[in-house]
Ligand binder design. Structure first.
Ligand SMILES: [Zn+2]
Length: 231
């Protein structure tokens, strides 16, 4: 699951219009943003499946710190909590916490039974939709498309860049997704980790797009001027 997570981030703009798309992406993809760093420092592990053995090139052998349910609930509190401490926006904090958790729920549908419930535990979950690419791919693309439409309708371009930036982001995400699906398996675990780190660029793209678009007035939560004074 790649582009589906970003679809959920885009769609969440309707629930929390004052939160930047970059922050929504950060939360929706938080577990997969931690994962490459955890691989590089050696506290999590992944194996590359030999070609022809699986639809999925990767075997997620050990990732309890980024992807166990117990840790995910903790990360969800951390992300929501930090946002609340900085912005004092309860709705935004709840939406961001829910986004962190949404990542695990989407992963639960597609991963093989390799998602731990708790670090050190022996129970793993995963419903393996990845084994049915004819089903998984359209569902994931649909999640992305719905999220994109919701974001596009919740916001309006502030300037010409606002229109262009959303198009650039869309083309970039679709291209990366197709490369993931159609491309050759990664050459090494280190390569996986560094490609994973490049997802921070997508977070940055999210901030860029959002800076050039404003929430529409009739959004669930009316856009407020920057409340920089903390009482
Ligand atoms: Zn994941």
């Amino acid at each position: 699951m790649f582009i589906g997570h970003f679809g959920v981030g885009l769609g969440a703009k309707k629930a929390a219009p004052r939160v930047s798309l970059g922050t929504l992406f950060l939360a929706a993809q938080f577990l997969d943003l931690l994962w490459p760093t955890f691989l590089l420092i050696g506290i999590e592990r992944v194996a590359i499946n030999p070609p022809g053995t699986s639809h999925v090139p990767l075997d997620f052998t050990y990732y309890p710190w980024s992807h166990s349910l117990v840790m995910v609930l903790l990360w969800s509190l951390v992300v929501g909590g930090i946002y609340y401490a900085v912005r004092r926006n309860a709705r935004g904090a709840i939406v961001l916490g829910a986004l962190v958790l949404s990542h695990w729920v989407l992963d639960l549908f597609v991963h093989h039974a390799d998602l731990p419930l708790a670090p050190g535990g022996a129970t793993f979950a995963g419903w393996a939709l990845w084994d049915y690419p004819a089903l998984e791919l359209p569902i994931e693309l649909a999640i992305f498309l719905i999220g994109l439409i919701v974001y596009q309708r919740t916001t309006t371009p502030r300037d010409r860049t606002g229109k262009l930036a959303l198009l650039v982001l869309t083309v970039f995400l679709v291209a990366v997704h197709l490369a993931n699906v159609l491309g050759p398996p990664p050459p090494s675990v280190e390569a996986i980790a560094w490609v994973g780190q490049s997802q921070w660029l997508i977070v940055a793209l999210g901030y860029w797009v959002d800076r050039h678009r404003v929430p529409r007035v009739n959004s669930v939560e009316a856009p407020l001027p920057n409340k920089s004074t903390v009482h």
